[in-house]
Design a binder for this molecule. Structure first.
Ligand code: UT7
Length: 348
C-alpha cells in the first residue's frame, strides 16, 4: 500500500500590496472596520494584464517542484483548484501544463472554492494510494481582483479577498505512518446561493428570487446583461453572517472527525492550518478546540482571503518559518462556498 507525502511546497503572491487605507480610494471603508471584523491589514493584487491565475500557479508550482527534488517532466498528474480561472473553459490545469512544457499528463480542475485545495489534495491522495500516479502537482490559485466590486456597494465582499497561489508536489512513499493520514470531505448545497457568483451561468436565475430580464429571443443571449454590471448582480454575492455561523461549526466538526478517524486528540495537533477565511473564524475555531496560539497558523492579516490558495500559502509559510518540523502532526481544514468543507491530517 502506498502513502502520499508532501515532497515539496511553494507559494507565490503578487508584488502589489494594498492596505486597508489604500482601499479607501475606491470605497467608503476604514482600516478599523476591516481589522475589527476580519483581522485583515493588507492584501496582494496581481498585475491586471501580466499576471493570471495560471501564471501565479506556475510560480508556486516551480518552487514546489524544485523543493521536491523533481522536474516538471516527472509530474504525472496535475490538479488545479480555483474559482477565478483564466477562461470560463478550459481550466487552468491545461494552461499550466502547456506553459510549463509538461508531458501529456492528465489535468483536472477543481471548483470547490475555499475548500478547493483540501479537495484537490484528497483526490491526489487517492490516486497515489492506488498506485496510479507517483508525483502529482496540486495547485490552488486565485486572481480575485479582476472581478470584485470595488465600490462602496461591494465593500463587504471586496475587502476580504486577495490574490495569490500555493502548490505542493504530492509524492508516493512507502514509509509507514508518514504523509497524509486521512482526508475528509463534505458538502451541503442547501445554502449554495449564500456565497456565489451567479452569472455567467446556465441557470438563468432559476434558483433566485430576483430573476433577471433576459432579451426576448429564441436561443442564447443569457450570458450577462449590461444591467447586471450596473446593479451589481454580476459580482460575487455573500451572506457573510450565514457563512460565518456555519463555518465556526463545520471547521471544528471536520477537524474532530479527522482526529477520531486516526485515534488522535486535539492535544496531538502540532499545527492547525485553517483556510484563511476571516481571523475571527480562526480564533473561534481555536477557542472551540482549546488550542494555544502557537499551534494555529494565521497569515490572513497580510494576504486577505485567497480562497483555494490560502491553505497552501499558509502551510508553506508555516513550514518556511520553521513552525512545522519532521514528525509533526499537521491539520488542514477549510470551509467555503457550496457549502463545502474538509480536512486533512498529515504526519510531516
Ligand atoms: O472563505 C469563506 C468566505 N467568507 C467568509 O468567511 C465570510 C464570513 N463572514 C464574515 O466574515 C462577516 O460576515 C463579514 C466580515 C463579511 C461582514 O461582517 P458583519 O459583521 O457580518 O457585517 P455586515 O455585513 O452585517 O455589515 C455591518 C455593517 C453594515 O452597515 P449598517 O447596515 O450596519 O449601517 C455594512 O454596510 O458594516 C457595513 N460594512 C462596511 N463598513 C465599512 C460592510 N462592509 C464594510 C466595509 N467597510 N468594508
Amino acid at each position: 500500500m502506498f502513502q502520499s507525502k508532501i515532497a515539496g511546497i511553494g507559494y507565490y503572491v503578487p508584488k502589489n500590496v494594498y492596505s486597508n487605507n489604500d482601499l479607501k480610494r475606491f470605497m467608503d471603508t476604514s482600516d478599523e472596520w476591516i481589522q475589527e471584523r476580519t483581522g485583515i491589514k493588507e492584501r496582494r493584487y496581481a498585475d491586471r494584464l501580466e499576471e493570471t491565475t495560471t501564471t501565479m500557479g506556475i510560480e508556486a508550482a516551480k518552487v514546489a517542484i524544485e523543493r521536491a527534488g523533481t522536474t516538471a517532466e516527472e509530474i504525472d498528474f496535475i490538479i488545479f483548484a480555483t474559482l477565478s480561472p483564466d477562461y470560463y473553459f478550459p481550466g487552468c490545469g491545461v494552461l499550466l501544463q502547456r506553459e510549463m512544457g509538461m508531458k501529456e499528463v492528465g489535468a483536472l480542475d477543481i471548483r470547490n472554492q475555499c475548500s478547493g485545495f483540501v479537495y484537490a489534495l484528497s483526490v491526489a491522495d487517492q490516486f497515489i494510494k492506488t498506485g496510479m500516479y507517483k508525483n502529482i502537482l496540486v495547485v490552488g490559485s486565485e486572481k480575485h481582483s479582476f472581478a470584485l466590486d470595488y465600490s462602496t456597494r461591494g465593500r463587504a465582499v471586496s475587502v476580504i479577498f486577495g490574490d495569490g497561489a500555493g502548490a505542493v508536489v504530492l509524492q508516493s512513499t512507502t514509509e509507514a505512518g508518514k504523509g497524509i493520514l486521512s482526508t475528509h470531505l463534505h458538502a451541503d448545497g442547501a445554502d449554495a446561493e449564500k456565497l456565489a457568483m451567479y452569472y455567467p451561468g446556465a441557470s438563468g436565475g432559476k434558483w433566485l428570487d430576483n430573476k433577471p430580464q433576459w432579451p426576448e429571443q429564441e436561443l442564447g443571449g443569457m450570458l450577462m446583461t449590461a444591467e447586471m454590471l450596473e446593479d451589481g448582480t454580476a459580482f460575487p454575492y455573500m451572506d457573510g453572517q450565514t457563512v460565518f455561523k456555519k463555518a465556526v461549526v463545520k471547521f471544528p466538526e471536520v477537524i474532530q472527525e479527522a482526529l477520531l478517524k486516526n485515534d488522535l486528540r486535539t492535544t496531538d495537533i502540532d499545527m492547525l492550518v485553517p483556510h484563511q477565511a476571516n481571523l475571527r473564524i480562526s480564533q473561534f475555531v481555536q477557542k472551540t478546540l482549546g488550542l494555544p496560539d502557537e499551534k494555529v497558523f494565521n497569515n490572513i492579516q497580510r494576504y486577505g482571503n485567497t480562497t483555494a490558495a490560502s491553505v497552501p500559502i499558509a502551510l508553506c509559510e508555516a513550514w518556511e518559518e520553521g513552525k512545522i518540523k519532521a514528525g509533526d502532526l499537521v491539520c488542514l481544514a477549510a470551509f467555503g462556498a457550496g457549502f463545502t468543507w474538509g480536512s486533512a491530517l498529515i504526519r510531516w
